[in-house]
Design a protein around this ligand. Structure first.
Ligand SMILES: NC(=O)c1ccc[n+]([C@@H]2O[C@H](COP(=O)([O-])OP(=O)(O)OC[C@H]3O[C@@H](n4cnc5c(N)ncnc54)[C@H](OP(=O)(O)O)[C@@H]3O)[C@@H](O)[C@H]2O)c1
Length: 285
């Protein structure tokens, strides 16, 4: 049995669709906090079990009988390490055969703030004694969708990342890697640093954005503090502005530029090009 947490999230949905192409539905269990959101999967023959990271008993119940468990990292920043710890403990209690975890690229050395929960979770996994695989996903290309939408409206794309290059990929690409690991052999003990095939710069993003929207968008370099103020003035909440400015700062260090081909090797095809991702954010009507 393959069990997947976060299966009703954006990454998880791609994982389940990929799994359904490779294994029978009754070999898949989704462990979700809102079983109503998974009703469509239940209709297709997937097992649906309630599982809340804040409720340890629900986790052991949901993971029972799991040969392979995909723990998709949670999004409740304040509590997420404790939640992951509870899930790992539950996996250990029921004797999961392989624990697969969605981490971030070079979680042990990355300087961006969003890497911290992963840097804290990975040792808990290692110390659990369970066979594990770490999927260290770089950045989802559509992380920039809100800023692209702002730029499409204003005609200006702001960047405080200098000449940064980013080897991003789509959720569907990273999900395909998870499916490979969950359905294949020889992945226990592996730490996969997964990134897109091409490291693009913000000038490339803006060129694609102009093409997709049919409007000339200008790239405007700004300082970090100016960037934060302008993102907020553009209508995004301060918490998002802080996230983006930290991301641009980290990108400027080069920590998201790695193109090592591991994602391509795992999924057996190229990662989704930037142009395709941008065009899908602005589909022609
Ligand atoms: N590499 C990157 O660029 C990048 C970017 C963003 C996020 N991430 C990480 O990757 C993860 C997956 O990405 P995503 O786009 O699929 O995020 P997402 O759409 O926010 O999905 C998060 C999933 O976690 C579930 N969840 C949250 N709290 C839970 C709880 N207490 N108990 C059980 N499940 C809980 C959510 O359940 P519901 O479906 O019920 O809401 C959802 O299914 C994120 O959570 C984050 O850690 C990585």
């Amino acid at each position: 049995m393959i069990v997947v947490t976060g299966a009703t999230g954006r990454l998880g949905r791609h994982v389940i669709e990929g799994l359904l192409e490779k294994v029978e539905a009754d070999q898949i269990t989704v462990a979700v906090r809102d079983v109503g959101k998974a009703a469509g999967l239940a209709d297709r023959g997937v097992h649906v079990r309630p599982a809340d990271y804040n409720d340890p008993a629900s986790l052991t119940g949901a993971f029972d009988g799991s040969d392979r468990l995909l723990l998709i990292s949670g999004n409740d920043v304040a509590h997420v390490v404790q939640q992951h710890s509870a899930a790992i403990d539950a996996a250990k209690q029921v004797g999961v055969g392989l624990l697969v975890y969605t981490s971030v690229l070079h979680a042990d050395t990355a300087t961006r703030r969003t890497a911290i929960p992963h840097r804290l979770t990975e040792p808990i996994i290692r110390e659990s004694g369970l066979p594990f695989t770490l999927l260290r996903n770089s950045l989802y290309t559509d992380t920039f969708a809100p800023q692209m939408k702002q730029a499409a409206a204003s005609g200006v794309f702001l960047s405080s990342a200098g000449d940064a290059r980013l080897a991003t990929a789509t959720r569907a690409d990273f999900a395909a890697a998870a499916v490979t690991v969950l359905t294949g052999e020889g992945h226990a003990g592996q730490v996969y640093e997964l990134s897109g095939d091409v490291a693009w710069g913000f000038a490339d993003l803006v060129a694609e954005l102009s093409r997709a929207t049919g409007r000339e968008i200008v790239l405007r370099p700004v300082s970090g503090s100016e960037h934060r103020d302008l993102i907020i003035a553009g209508g995004l909440p301060p918490v998002f502005a802080d996230f983006y400015v930290d991301l641009y700062r980290a990108a400027a260090t080069g920590e998201l530029s790695e193109t090592n081909g591991e994602l391509r090797r795992l999924i057996g095809r190229p990662s989704t090009p930037l142009a395709v991702s941008v065009a899908s954010t602005f589909p022609l009507s």
